[in-house]
Ligand binder design. Sequence first.
Ligand code: T1G
Length: 678
Amino acid sequence: MTSPIRTERHDNVLVIISDNPPVNALGQAVRAGLVEGIEEALSDDAVEAVVVRCDGRTFFAGADITEFGKPPVGPSLPDALDRLEASDKPVVAAIHGTALGGGCEVALACHYRLAVPSAKLGLPEVKLGLIPGAAGTQRLPRLVGAEAALPLVAIGNPISAKKAKDIGLLDDVVNEDDLAGQAIAFAKSKVGQPVPRSSEGTANEDGIKNPDIFDEFRAKNGRKMRGFDAPNAAIKAVKAAGELSYADGVKKERELFTALMTGSQSQAMRHYFFAERAANKIDDVPADTPILPVNKVGIVGAGTMGGGIAMNFLSAGIPVTILEMKQDALDRGTGVMRKNYENTAKRGRMTMEQVEQAMGILTPTLDYGDLADCDLVIEAVYENMDVKKEVFAKLDEVVKDGAILASNTSYLDIDEIATATQRPGHVIGLHFFSPANVMKLLEVVRGEKTRDDVLATSMKLAKKIGKIAAVSGVCPGFIGNRMLSPRQQQANQLIMEGANYWDVDDVLLEFGFPMGPFQMGDLAGIDIGWHRDPQKVTTVREALCTAGRFGQKAGKGFYDYDESRNRTPSDEVKQIIADFATKEGTEQREISKDEIRERLLYPMVNEGAKILEEGMAQRASDIDVVWINGYGWPLYTGGPMFWASQIGLDTVIAGLEKHGLPVSDYLRGKAEAGNGFN
Ligand code: T1G
């Protein structure tokens, strides 16, 4: 097996090159090759400097995640990097693509670092439930300071080459072309000078002089870090870089890293890493299925969803023609889009020029005829089958042959919608989640007759507009809403049986969801869809509306709210519910949080099992991808199906049976087979 590492001599410079597609992951052969390369450089007096670079699309993108959890095979990355840094001959990292995780640590162990303008650098280990494990938490703060290191290590987002230079992580940003040549010249210019080593840096003294930065960082990012173990460990490691010797700091990092690697959160987040990528693959569609061109998109409906959907394409530089029935609705819709963009610009997440660029390729219209040359039209009108079929019949008449006709419906039957057209093969569901310009998830609903190229094009387009797509079959609620339904039913049932509605919300909050169903109701507005007849009170919601409890906007809903919108449980609401229970003849009792959690989450797992049994999802991990990205299922548990496998399907079944809830045969079968859903 040829090594993925080779060396080339350029006069007195030895260039160590990795060619390990797809992302030059630092697998065992690469690590061994790196060590050999350094040994070669150190043992040859004619070599006076070294360049480390990669072929292919990127500099090392990190340790090889597929090796995690397996018995380690040497040389370890920390050892390889220590040998690299110990060299007295200058070593230069030549960076392109994404130098991430262990890749960034390779760069840190080099004495100098150059990158092309399009390169990105980062330590995203926390996104895998880890922290850097090859001294990155110790070298980086010594090179750039604790304050600049904290977000890189504890949040894990990559930074641009320019930003990396600004903080001192890069020595220079060079031209896009001939990176190798520029790195060789740079290396030559350093021959004979003492080599700078990050591990000997003193920039981390900023954390010693101002120790408050760590708690300030923790407070500022509390919401983002809630429930995750790794970010806190990352902060501890960076803090240690200012308090301990380098050697002791590395020991501290190793201790924190090992605890995370063997913990449940990292296992769950590594599962998710591959789950997100697997969701892109459609098992029965050949990888070389042709992708249809999508150069112009039409949107029918400029309401909240239509406008949000349109923004995804505009932001990706794809022109959009948006259609409404009336001018005022059209103006309102495009006005909201502009406002959303301007708010994003105010938060510094885009420039006003980019706002104008996006709005500049938007064409509002009242005329279906203007959709004729669209390659894809997405309908986002009222959730009513007749209305949708009318729209699709019209689109079928007007839009050019070969165009994709998609519905944004959240639960209606795509196959039935397709019958309104002569082109069922070109009909698909593209279910965006509100707010559509923010939420990452896209459920791609495959109709009975949806063509492979239409499906493959939709998946590729999802990635282009920054969405995470999962394919669903046609069933009520597809994957996400279909599993939300039993949870919602149990939540409503539980409060009728005496569970405190705030306990229901708190159980989901404590589990890691952003909020529970009753808080959500207050946020969205209890009065949505209310008939406004105070005499007609047949549900708890109607009783709340009759009592003027419309939700947060009214200062009271299920909860009472103070001026900062902090929620307090209401005795009036508790009584309203109790009265309903009495009317319904439901006996109320104390209900524990354990029972609440089991009755909210286990039926979701059972529904997920049925979705798999019916082939409505390709794989269990797709269901995890849907719930993590569409509904806030906590990433650090891996998603409903991974989590159920970890706690044991027998436990889930016993819980369902204890509460008299249905158990699907498929779930039983999986439990008996003993291998969970994975
Ligand atoms: N290990 C193994 N495989 C990887 C990989 C990795 N680090 N990164 C990507 N792949 C595979 C991926 O599964 C897919 O495979 C293919 O490469 C293309 O990836 C010691 C412990 C680099 C930005 O977290 O962020 O270093 O599906 O589809 O969209 O301290 O991949 O084709 O079979 O994502 O162009 C830290 C993870 C590891 C970076 C490219 N590094 N990767 O994105 O392609 S921990 C990371 C990414 C670590 C050290 C610690 C992205 C990318 P397949 P892709 P992409």
